[in-house]
Design a protein around this ligand. Structure first.
Ligand code: EPU
Length: 420
């Protein structure tokens, strides 16, 4: 397995171009199943989750062709409606297949995802909504079997504004004549992005980005093009990299409004953020002031940047409190940060972080994508070398992470094939 060797203590300076959003690319790829022809997507990041999604599509009988950030998917001759366990277990977002398969073929057979490192992550809200739209659902040998003799438009209220749940319902509604309304829908930018793709394809959608979304399916086109939004979580991670190393980084190809909560928190810490069209410039300030953070659904502070901000707060002068409200088990980075010299105590969903002067490099590993990113950030600020194991977590969602960091002066190198 690959490892990263990071020699900390360098002020990062320069520009980084942000890739397309993993969490917008995955639903866009799932939506291609609805199109009885070709979907040409651009700004698709080259990350492992995208590659797994290509395998899932291939399994269904789709063909695809990748050229740089372009991905063209041909779903004209789908021959299977099954996403097996060996693919779903490596990527939970495979559940996004349920909605489009049901809409186009009236059936889907997708492995039930298990828990994961950040929580139990049930999909009960997805299934309840798909059932209301007209799907019969059963579980057989760990596989969810959905079938329908015809979906019908419904008014659906979500107990929680689940992101992929909202996306699944929007795509299932493509097969339900009439107007489906989702109340308490997720408002993340990735929802607006999917709505744009479906609208381009021929649907009529209003309210995406608010808590009430109305969806009317239309005659879907046979050729659809769509450019996915930039990755706000990747951008936030590099913004924190600038702050934690005392550096200055210009982030290019972003939508600054998607980062409002993150920029507000960086401002409270004493970091200087300048907004320009499609870019922000993040310049570290000293000393770092402690802040409190509550993760929340969009437009609140994103859970996907909680671990990274915690690394920054370790170097603030004083005590910060971070409360994780979205996932019940998203503090797996804490023991590893503590091994690097941090002083963090966790009680339930709350972490109390006491500022330290410096991180000390160590051998560390994490259990999920964003936790790994927080360790990279701590390592960049450490006064000696850190060896990060299980880099495959990072590869799931960060495109060329070490290359981008090297480009702004970080001393980081990948060792291929070593470690447990
Ligand atoms: N939940 C339920 N029942 C459901 C669905 C969700 O109880 O049927 C709970 C979850 O267990 C969790 C909370 O609701 O406690 C929020 O989950 P949500 O469904 O919104 O998350 P998701 O759709 O599974 C997406 C992102 C995650 C991101 C979350 C929250 C994708 C592919 N994944 O997951 O991204 O953390 O929204 O913003 O879009 C990541 O990129 O590292 C990542 C984990």
């Amino acid at each position: 397995m690959d490892e990263l060797l990071i020699q900390g203590g360098r002020r990062l300076k320069g520009a980084i171009t942000i890739s397309g959003a993993k969490n917008a690319a995955l639903p866009a790829m799932a939506a291609s199943i609805l199109i009885p022809g070709k979907t040409r997507l651009s700004n698709i990041p080259d990350v492992r989750d995208v590659r797994v999604m290509c395998q899932v599509l291939e399994q269904l009988g789709c063909t695809w062709d990748r050229d740089g950030d372009l991905l063209e998917i041909d779903a004209s001759s789908i021959s299977s409606v099954e996403a097996p366990y060996d693919l779903v277990r490596t990527m939970r977002a495979s559940v996004l297949m349920l909605g489009p398969l049901l809409a186009r073929f009236g059936k889907a057979r997708v492995s039930m995802p298990g828990g994961c490192a950040i929580g139990t992550r049930p999909i009960d809200i997805h299934l309840k909504a798909l059932n209301k739209l007209g799907a019969d659902i059963s579980l057989d040998h760990g596989m969810m079997e959905l079938s329908s003799n015809g979906l019908s438009a419904q008014e659906i209220y979500l107990d929680f504004p689940t992101v992929t749940g909202t996306e699944n319902i929007m795509m299932a509604a493509m097969g339900a004549p009439g107007e489906t309304t989702i109340y308490n829908a997720a408002r993340e930018p990735e929802i607006i992005d999917l709505a744009l793709l479906l609208t381009t394809a021929g649907a009529s959608i209003s309210g995406a980005g608010t808590d009430t979304v109305h969806i009317q399916p239309g005659m879907l086109k046979e050729f659809v093009t769509h450019r996915v939004i930039p990755d706000r979580i990747e951008a936030g991670t590099f913004a924190i990299a600038a702050a934690i190393t005392g550096g200055e980084i210009r982030l290019k190809n972003i939508v600054p409004e998607h980062l409002t909560a993150v920029m507000a928190k960086l401002g409270q810490v004493g970091v200087d953020v300048t907004i320009e069209p499609g870019e922000i410039i993040v310049k570290a300030g000293e000393p770092l002031r402690p802040v409190n953070i509550q993760t929340a659904v969009y437009p609140g502070y994103p859970t996907d940047l909680q671990a990274q901000f915690m690394a920054l707060m370790c170097l603030a002068e004083g005590e910060s409190v971070i409360t994780e409200n979205i996932f019940e088990n998203r503090f797996m980075h804490v023991p590893e940060l503590n091994r690097m010299g941090a002083d963090i105590a966790v009680r339930g969903r709350t972490a109390v972080i006491k500022g330290i002067r410096k991180f000390r490099g160590a051998e560390v590993m994490a259990t999920d994508l964003r936790a790994s990113a927080s360790l990279v950030l701590a390592a960049l600020a450490a006064d000696n070398e850190t060896r990060l194991l299980r880099v495959y977590h990072l590869d799931r969602g960060y495109e060329r992470l070490e290359g981008k960091l090297q480009g702004v002066g970080a001393q980081i190198e990948r060792l291929t094939g070593g470690g447990p």
